[in-house]
Design a protein around this ligand. Structure first.
Ligand code: F6R
Length: 620
């Protein structure tokens, strides 16, 4: 939620800042703004709406200078407006800052600052921080500190953040120290790019691609003091942590649209490759198992585990549900899938033999991070299944498995979901082979997994068929998504994809639960999408389908190639390749991603930037 960029060096700051904001726009797109220091004063431009509108404003009213910050906003406190856009000014303009996060005690702080004479011009929580830094600066100056000394400014930031409750990633400029950029974080990510005689700042690594190959991920409670030539870290406890520099793994191709019109479509079509990447180097044919480099647990500790808790939010939670079915079936270990937003405040009994897996694409989701920390505090093994290398969750977990899916930029998660399911299948195989799963069964699973990239390629050929179905139903205002066993989480995920990008109300349900209530929704205007590839209870799914047909509801079926029977019953069928039941979520989710995409396009929605959403939910 919200993206921050910063630059200090010999070049004009504007081009990096604006390009960086375009790349970070997926984190929030209610408004955008930049502030650039020209040596005497800090000029600010901000605008409600997308980054293009800010770029247009800056074309008409350019800003010059070689140090600056930028922000793209997902509104939390205060409606999207030009005034509420960041950067915000503190005091009489001596401080300008951009913020990602939520200041929980802002109203107490605001009252206190008002009493001291500070005037609030916005309804944001962030303005409190700007005034607080200005106030701390003013206090030090009154006690004799020099306003042009960088140390005074850094101390002002450090004193201010001690008074804040909540989360923040902050980028701060000072009018009277024109070569200084201060960045600090707690709960919201920040990464510094190291260049030659220049430094970059961003909320994630994507703006840095093409500008630098060396990055430093800030940790919570760290403050970075940045000039063109120097970069120093301070910890809130007074220490100076060692700067650990990482190589930037992304390339510009990862973030280019290429031949595709939208990131979501590009990412859907990347899935044969991303599923292959999730398996690369992890299949051990000789031992008929999977292997992982980063679990950081020995075989004996893994064998002791008698319960697994998977925790996540949204789409990642749906992947967790598939994981529950897989692990229980292959490894016979009881699994629970917990919403991270609930788990962080619950206190379920968990023994020291419980293993926790946080599942997250971004590695920055606030609730997932909080749940992970809560479990870690209680002494559990906490691992992560994560896509973003170097993200907070990836760094804080005791170990984990990366997805290697490359950056996912479309706000609706697609390739991350299938990669998570692939990794969970490998995990189930791995844990199963340590317990009850036989050698031939392990080999069979490996054989099936190896076929998956091709099966996904074949599945993607349903593109035109899906387009036809979308044309027929895109005006519907309600959809039902129904599936059983492994395809129940797929139904939930299909419904989520549709509602988030097309704004159509959609519900996912286990198909047999329909008759306990939701069947009342069925009428001739409400299509039901049945995820019905052949499975052990196929005849039962067919009965559920007949129940909907009998009540006049249109049925769209996702079925195995060659299933003539379903073609006679359903109004429309989208065929997918026949795969073993436990792999069906991988193939069956693809037509549902495409269906949501096509319907959203036909309804004129912005598929990559749906309203009210942001890619990384870094606030609670
Ligand atoms: C839906 C979607 C969200 C995320 C959720 C968790 O398409 O993308 O529901 O899955 O916000 O995000 P991560 O996986 O980054 O923790």
């Amino acid at each position: 939620m919200c993206g921050i960029v910063g630059y200090v060096g010999p070049k004009q700051a504007y081009s990096y800042l604006i390009e960086g904001l375009f790349r970070l726009e997926y984190r929030g797109y209610d408004s955008a703004g930049i502030a650039i220091q020209d040596g005497e004063q800090i000029g600010i431009r901000k605008k409600t709406g997308r980054v293009t509108e800010l770029a247009e404003l800056c074309r008409q009213e350019p800003l010059k200078g070689s140090i600056g910050i930028g922000h793209t906003r997902w509104a939390t406190h205060g409606a999207p407006s030009d005034t509420n856009s960041h950067p915000h000014v503190g005091g009489n303009g001596e401080v300008v800052l951009a913020h990602n996060g939520v200041i929980e005690n802002y109203s107490i702080l605001r009252d206190r600052l008002r009493e001291l004479g500070y005037v609030f011009r916005t309804s944001t929580d962030t303005e409190v921080v700007a005034h607080l830094v200005a106030h701390q600066l003013d206090e030090s100056i009154r006690l004799g500190a020099s306003p042009t000394d960088a140390k005074t400014c850094v101390q002002a930031v450090e004193s201010a953040i001690k008074q804040i409750k909540g989360t923040y990633g902050l980028a701060v400029l000072f009018r009277d120290v024109p070569d200084l950029l201060v960045a600090t974080r707690l709960g919201s990510p920040l990464v510094v790019g190291i260049g030659k005689g220049e430094h970059y700042l961003a909320s994630d690594a994507s703006p840095l691609v093409g500008n630098t190959e060396e990055v430093v991920y800030l940790k919570d409670h760290e403050t970075a003091v940045i000039t063109a030539d120097s970069f120093v870290l301070h910890h809130q406890d007074g220490s100076e942590p060692v700067v650990s520099i990482h190589a930037l793994a992304q390339t510009s191709q990862d973030t280019d649209l290429g031949e595709y019109e939208h990131y979501m479509l590009k990412e859907i079509f990347e899935q044969p490759q991303t599923i292959e990447n999730a398996m690369r180097g992890r299949l051990d044919e000789d031992e008929a198992t999977a292997k992982f480099g980063g679990l950081n647990m020995d075989a004996q500790s893994l064998r002791r585990i008698d319960r697994i808790v998977l925790t996540a939010c949204g789409t990642s939670w749906h992947a967790g549900l598939v994981g529950e079915y897989l692990i229980e079936e292959f490894a016979r270990i009881p699994v629970e899938v917990e919403y991270a937003s609930e788990l962080r405040y619950r206190n379920p009994p968990m023994s020291d033999r419980t293993m926790i897996f946080a599942i997250t694409q971004s590695g920055e989701t606030a609730d997932t991070l909080a749940a992970l920390r809560e479990c870690k505090r209680k002494g559990h093994e906490t691992l992560a299944i994560c896509n973003t290398v170097g993200s907070t969750i990836a760094r804080e977990a005791n170990g984990g498995i990366y997805l290697h899916a490359g950056p996912e930029i479309g706000v609706a998660s697609t390739k991350a979901f299938t990669s998570q399911v692939t990794v969970l299948t490998l995990l189930a195989l791995f844990l199963g082979r340590m317990r009850h799963l036989s050698y031939p069964a392990g080999q069979r699973i490996i054989g099936h997994l190896r076929e998956m990239p091709d099966k996904i390629r074949q599945t993607l050929k349903c593109f035109d068929a899906v387009k036809e179905v979308a044309r027929k139903y895109y005006t519907a205002e309600n959809f039902l998504y129904l599936g059983r066993l492994y395809n129940f989480p797929v139904a939930l995920e299909g419904a989520l994809k549709l509602k988030e990008i097309s704004y159509i109300h959609a519900e996912g349900y286990p198909a047999a639960e329909m008759k306990h209530g939701p069947i009342a929704l069925v009428d001739e205007h409400t299509p039901s999408v049945f995820i019905a590839p052949r499975c052990q209870i196929y005849p039962k799914v067919m009965s559920n389908l007949e129940e909907v047909k009998a009540r006049g509801g249109p049925v769209i079926a996702i079925a195995c190639e060659g299933d003539d029977k379903i073609a006679e019953l359903a109004d429309d069928v989208i065929f997918v390749p026949d795969v073993d039941e436990y792999l069906q979520p991988l193939v069956a989710s693809i037509p549902l991603q495409l269906l949501a995409y096509q319907i959203a396009i036909l309804r004129g929605c912005n598929v990559d930037r749906p309203r009210n959403l942001a890619k990384s939910v870094t606030v609670e």
